[in-house]
Design a binder for this molecule. Sequence first.
Ligand code: GLU
Length: 279
Amino acid sequence: MTEITRFAPSPTGRLHLGHAYSALFAHREAGPSGTFLVRIEDIDATRCRDEFVSGILEDLRWLGLSWPEPMMRQSARMPDYLRALKTLKLQGLLYPCFCSRAEIAAEIAASAGAPQGPDGPLYPGTCRALSWDAASDRLADGEPHAWRLNLARALTAAPPLAWIDRDQGPQTATPDIFGDVILARRDTPASYHLAVTLDDAAQGVTCVTRADDLRPATHLHRLLQHLLGLPTPEYRFHPLLADPTGKRLAKRDNAPSLADLRASGKSREEVFEMIGWKG
Ligand code: GLU
C-alpha cells in the first residue's frame, strides 16, 4: 500500500515554526515512495485569505517540500459536505440547533458541573429537546441554525470502534467525550471535524498526522467514519513545539513567521535547528 499523508494548513496567516515541524513530520511519514499532499482548509470564509494561501505554499517550498497539483481546497468541497450531512439527516442523527454562543454559555453557567469535552464544555442539549414541529417552524422562518450530531442516537447502533495510533498502538473510540458536536456551522455547511474526516477519506490518506493536542479528536472522527461508511486511516501525532518558557510556538503572540525568519536572513538549516528537526 502506498503511504499517503497530508499537511492541511488553514490560510488564516503565514506559517510559523510549529507548522514547519508539522509539515516536515507529515512529509517524512510519507517516506520516499509515498505521497505527501497539501490541503488548504479554508471553510472559514471570514478568516481565510488567498494571499495567505500563496504565502504558505512559498513557505513550504522554501522548506524543500513538494506535492502533487491540483491541491484540494475545502472551499470547493461544499457539495460533498452537504451530501454527507444529508446522509446523516436521513438516518435521523442530526438536529438543528438555534442557540447562540451566549445562550449556551448562560445555560452552562447556570448548571453547576457541566461536563467538559476536549473542545470545551459540552453542549447542554437544549435544542435536542425541541419537537420536530417546533424545529421545522423555526427552520421555515429562516432562523439561523447549526446542525448537531445526536451522539446518543449515533452510538446506539455503533459497534466498538477502533483505530491504530502508530505510537500508542490500538485505540478504542469513546466519542461521547465530545457530546452533541456541531457538524454544520451557521455560516457554512461543514465543521472542522466533518470536513477533515471526509477529506482524508476522499484523498485516500493512509496516515493522518497532527500535533498531539488534536489526538482526542480521533474519537469523534472514528465515529464519523463509521456513520459515513469511510475507511479508517492510521494516526500519528507529534508533540507541540514550545519555546523555552513552555508556550506553544505556533500560537505565541508575535512569534516570528517563517517569512519573517527568512527575511531576517535565516537559512533553512537554521530553521531546522530551531525546531530540532533532524530529518
Ligand atoms: N487545518 C488545521 C489547522 O491548520 C489542522 C488540520 C488537521 O490536521 O486537522 O490547524
